[in-house]
Write a protein that binds this ligand. Structure first.
Ligand code: DXP
Ligand SMILES: NCC(=O)COP(=O)(O)O
Length: 245
């Protein structure tokens, strides 16, 4: 499969807006421009602390997006109720800690099977496709199957944070094995977190990966090149890598 999809995460456009409490930059404009530049979906993380994306952003984009909304959220009753009402195409369940700078790891699905099964069932009944954000851990991949999630998103943060080529290669092998297990298990396999223009290609080249969700690096590059160019450049890198599959 030489095609690979890009989900652009617009959280950090909202981070810039929230820094001053202004109306700009508007994540809604970022989503439209990202779609026009080739994004296959738009990811936004409605955090419990609303540090960046606001409920208003989700409500507006529900009626504006021409591709797909991938709503990231914690597994809480509040967020499950919002997702069941908004009914995004995709909902990616992620761990959240109030004091974290950004997402630090994957969901412990295996340690809370009943809770995860209930969440997956509730969202599926609302017509929402569920993805579970998990570490590259076979135990978690199998648990995602057990709880009935159709998709997983492999956390690539440890790969991105590796400080030596050897450590990066070790993390890439863990990701490669988890991605292959996910495909063999019948799950759609996505990946994301910490990917940027200099580390995305080996991840995009993994044959079974369907979609990459990338945000921080694209928004950072957009500061200098414009968002459209930043999205186009990332998509081009991914497609070049996918041809090596
Ligand atoms: C789950 C993930 O890796 C990111 O999509 C998440 O959005 C990171 O949280 P922040 O956007 O708050 O950095
Ligand atoms: N789930 C990963 C995502 O949406 C974007 O993460 P990042 O590229 O902002 O680190």
């Amino acid at each position: 499969m030489s095609n690979i999809l890009l989900g652009v995460n617009i959280d950090h456009v909202a981070t810039l807006r929230q820094a001053r409490g202004t109306r700009y930059p508007d994540p809604v404009q970022a989503a439209i421009e990202s779609e026009q530049a080739g994004a296959d979906s738009i990811t936004l993380h409605l955090r419990e602390d609303r540090r960046h994306i606001q409920d208003r952003d989700v409500e507006m984009l529900k009626d504006i997006l021409q591709t797909r909304m991938n709503l990231e959220m914690a597994v809480t009753d509040e967020m499950l109720a919002i997702a069941s009402r908004i009914r995004p195409a995709d909902c990616c369940l992620v761990p959240e800690r109030r004091e974290e700078l950004t997402t630090e790891g994957g969901l412990d699905v295996a340690g809370q099977v009943d809770r995860m099964q209930d969440a997956c069932t509730q969202l599926a009944e609302a017509g929402v496709r569920v993805s579970l954000f998990i570490d590259a851990d076979p135990v978690q991949v199998d648990a995602a199957r057990v709880v009935g999630a159709p998709c997983i998103e492999i956390h690539t943060g440890h790969f991105a944070d590796a400080t030596t080529p050897e450590a990066a290669e070790k993390e890439l092998e863990r990701i490669r094995a988890a991605v292959q297990l996910g495909e063999n298990t019948g799950l759609q396999v996505n990946a994301g977190h910490g990917l940027h223009y200099h580390n995305v290609r080996p991840i995009a080249a993994l044959p079974a990966i369907r979609e990459l969700n990338i945000g921080h690096a694209i928004i950072a590059r957009a500061v200098f090149t414009g968002l459209g160019n930043a999205v186009r450049e990332m998509k081009q890198l991914m497609l070049l890598a996918a041809r090596e599959r």
